[in-house]
Design a protein around this ligand. Structure first.
Ligand SMILES: Cc1ncc(COP(=O)(O)O)c(C=O)c1O
Length: 369
């Protein structure tokens, strides 16, 4: 009897594989935390903060409950007195908009550079005015580009720079890590991130003693010490001890996992050569290949063709912030951002993919015509 075999699905991600790789170490951490009785901000949390600061080459790291919280508290910590506008890109998933609004500020969108897909001095310049206090730069898809001109421009206007390195942890440009180039930085440990927890988590990085102290107060009700509220605007945003312990297991693996991600993207780039899909390269230490992103003006057609061959795809991100109904932002035209939202396509990319899976995606890419 004839029957058709459903193609094996190559998923965008499969968290169970990384969990099973690390299960022995996670179990050890779990047992140690249970035995210690410290379940929030205990010794593993302190150790993780120290290890993260050392890894990035910054003076301070502070654990918090999520990447969105990290953005909110980072923005609050550096917003100059008397200013209330945050400038950001509209193509980075909406997290900064959520965080800045929760912090009580308004958001102004700048278009992005057509090549880096990130903010630049050229795109942000026209939006700077005396009410702007913070520019949030997102190292999109894992790509740390040269922001020195933008940082210098912001500082010349008294504007602080917050880095969102949730997609770019471990990226280094000329030896300088994502998370160490602005005034303060935020990251997420959402499970699919390059450094992912087994639940929610986030962290803030800074070289400023004052900002670090402020963030550490804000993450715990505005307390300067127990039950003494010294700051307005505090909240409860703590990274719990188990997650800190799990992240401590994974931090030493990060560089090699990032290398594996880059090699997956490199295979896709080779397979796409001469074909109609433009896979964006992720070559060198400045790119940690959080996502394998391609550009095409035939997205729906190619997504269907890839799906036929069992390759899952996704879009990061289909709707720019200024067009999200829930954000109800004032009407604005951001031509590059809007064009990119219609062109980008993400392919499976996670370090635990098998070589067979990578090869199957490569064949599916090569078959596109
Ligand atoms: C660039 C970026 N910033 C912020 C966040 C928000 O992090 P979280 O989900 O931990 O709040 C994410 C993803 O989740 C992200 O990709």
């Amino acid at each position: 009897m004839a029957h058709s075999l459903a193609p094996t699905v190559i998923p965008m991600n499969d968290l169970s594989r990384g969990i099973s790789r690390d299960q022995g170490e996670f179990t050890r951490v779990f047992d140690e935390v249970l035995a210690s009785g410290y379940v929030i901000m205990g010794p593993k949390h302190t150790a993780l903060e120290q290890d993260l600061a050392k890894y990035l080459g910054v003076a301070h790291a502070a654990g918090v409950a999520s990447g969105t919280d990290a953005l909110e508290l980072a923005i609050k910590a550096v917003m100059p007195e008397g200013r209330n506008v945050v400038i950001t890109a509209a193509n980075a998933g909406g997290y900064t908009t959520t965080a800045a609004r929760r912090a009580g500020y308004s958001v102004r969108y700048s278009d992005v550079d057509a090549t880096s897909m990130c903010l630049s001095a050229a795109t942000v310049g026209e939006h700077l005015s005396t009410d702007v206090g913070v520019v949030v730069i997102t190292h999109l898809y894992g790509n740390l580009t040269d922001f020195s001109e933008l940082v210098a421009l912001c500082h010349s206007f008294g504007v602080k720079v917050v880095e969102d390195c949730a997609q770019a942890i471990g990226a280094r440009l000329n030896g300088v890590a994502a998370g160490s180039i602005g005034d303060i930085a935020a990251t997420s440990f959402y499970p699919t991130k390059n450094l992912g927890a087994i639940g929610d988590g986030g962290a803030i990085f800074t070289n400023s003693d004052a900002s670090a102290a402020l963030v550490k107060e804000l993450r715990q009700y505005g307390w300067s010490s127990k039950y003494r509220v010294a700051r307005a605007g505090g909240t409860n945003s703590r990274l719990d001890e188990l997650q800190a312990g799990f992240l401590g297991v994974r931090l030493p693996l990060l560089d090699s996992l990032n290398e594996r991600r880059r090699s997956i993207v490199a295979s896709y780039v080779v397979s796409a050569e001469g074909g109609p899909l433009q896979v964006l390269p992720a070559v060198g230490a400045h790119h940690v290949a959080h996502l394998a992103v391609a550009r095409t003006d035939r997205r729906e057609e190619f997504r269907a063709a890839l799906s036929e061959r069992g390759v899952q795809t996704d879009v990061h991100f289909p709707v720019p912030d200024h067009l999200q109904p829930g954000f109800a932002a004032p009407a604005q035209s951001l031509p590059v951002t809007e064009r990119l939202a219609g062109e980008v396509l993400s392919l499976p990319c996670f370090p635990e993919m098998t070589d067979d899976e990578v090869n199957a995606v490569c064949s599916a890419i090569a078959a596109l015509a």
